[in-house]
Design a protein around this ligand. Structure first.
Ligand SMILES: [Zn+2]
Length: 198
């Protein structure tokens, strides 16, 4: 993170969004809920090598598939030294985020959008970044210290999501059904409840 200029600039004038314990809880959470849609350093380096090393020849069917996948899905910006994901609707590139920096990126985006709600923050992240899951954003936002201390956010937004997620955790539902969960009327019910501060 220290070498990321964009983040340094943002960090200079922002309050603490996620505590250190939230960040370590989140890392633990990513270990316990692995996903192929997150990107490890090993994975990122492997993708970069397929894109930048013409001497690297696939030696198996599996490697051919990997190279095709890398070339179809990603692009290496040599000038910026950045790995970019090509979105399916074409034209637009998203920065690839490795799993160890997800919390920092969510913090940056959520702080820059003025602690907007869960939907808006997810949209901002998903537009510009690749490698972050909806569930990751929900996990982090329900622990945002600024939102937790903002009474205007208690009846809706992250705290409602927080309550909803807690019931997801308790019932041990798979995160695969996360989208289904949010499409139910559960959240509407929660939004009208008066939640005590955390
Ligand atoms: Zn917030």
């Amino acid at each position: 993170m220290p070498e990321n200029v964009e983040m340094d600039a943002a960090l200079r004038h922002h309050s603490v969004v996620f505590s250190q314990s939230t960040k370590s809880d989140f890392l633990q959470y990513t270990y316990e809920h692995p996903s192929e849609r997150r990107v490890s350093h090993v994975e990122k380096n492997s993708l970069i090598e397929w894109l930048t090393n013409p001497d690297r020849r696939p030696s198996s069917q599996k490697e051919y598939s990997r190279r095709n996948y890398a070339q179809r899905t990603f692009s290496w910006n040599d000038k910026a030294q950045k790995l970019l994901a090509i979105t399916k609707n074409g034209g637009q590139y998203r920065a690839v985020v490795t799993e160890d920096t997800i919390a920092d990126v969510v913090e940056l985006v959520h702080n820059n959008n003025g602690h907007a709600g869960w939907d808006a923050t997810w949209k901002d992240i998903n537009t510009s970044y690749y490698g972050i899951l909806r569930a990751d954003v929900a996990f982090l936002l329900k622990r945002c210290q600024v939102c937790a201390n903002d009474p205007r956010k208690r009846s809706k937004g992250p705290l409602a999501v927080s309550q909803a997620l807690q019931s997801v955790d308790q019932s041990a539902l798979s995160f695969l059904s996360f989208d289904e969960f949010f499409s139910t009327s559960t959240l509407e019910g929660l939004e009208n409840e008066d939640h005590p501060s955390v």
